[in-house]
Design a protein. Structure first.
Length: 202
């Protein structure tokens, strides 16, 4: 599969929105050549920031997200903490903190994201998953129950419900939740991953 859009052009776009991020995922990981190009462009941006040729606040969010895509949570958090405040920045920072096992910081970032205008159902669903990871299943259940009336059409909420059921050993209920998530969003990565995992162990 050949890349149809140069990675540098994607990273130079003025609006670094979710559509652009999804395009970067597709293009950067298409093959080893595009991945190497992705790394080359990221390192060039970093060098430009460090030399003063580019503005750190303007590039920090892009670099933080890119390092998350590369599964380097520490580097991602380092850059995201330098980025201007926004709901997207707080959500991605929460993701980085979660990967680093800084669960309290992840929860704080998700709470902040909700106050900054992010979707409350999505933020609370992610917060519940962090609580589950911390072993606080009852607290997670309270968070999910509190938004249940608003979450019927949220794939993320159903995934979080599945994670809670799975943590409690209720595997049939977990599978049902993942199936509901995929009925809403057939490409939801965590819905597919966890349902496939349960299919393997049944």
């Amino acid at each position: 599969m050949e890349s149809t859009v140069d990675i540098s052009a994607l990273l130079e776009r003025g609006g670094f929105d979710q559509k652009t991020i999804d395009e970067i995922k597709t293009q950067a990981f298409a093959n080893s050549e595009t991945l190497n190009r992705f790394l080359e462009v990221i390192h060039k941006i970093e060098a430009n920031v460090e030399s003063g040729q580019a503005s750190a606040p303007n590039e920090a969010f892009k670099l933080g997200v890119c390092y998350l895509l590369l599964a380097d949570a520490e580097k991602a958090a380092e850059w995201l903490e330098k980025a201007p405040a926004s709901s997207a920045r707080s959500q991605y920072l929460a993701q980085a903190f979660r990967e680093m096992k800084r669960l309290k910081d992840a929860i704080s970032s998700l709470e902040k994201a909700a106050t900054e205008g992010a979707n409350r159902v999505e933020c609370d669903s992610m917060r519940a998953e962090v609580l589950i990871a911390a072993g606080q299943e009852d607290a997670a259940a309270k968070v999910l129950d509190a938004i249940a009336g608003q979450a019927a059409n949220s794939a993320m909420w159903h995934v979080a419900k599945g994670r809670l059921s799975e943590a409690r050993g209720a595997l049939p209920e977990a599978a049902e939740s993942y199936e509901k998530a995929l009925a809403i969003d057939g490409n939801h990565p965590w819905g597919m991953f966890h349902l496939a995992y349960l299919a393997d162990i049944y």
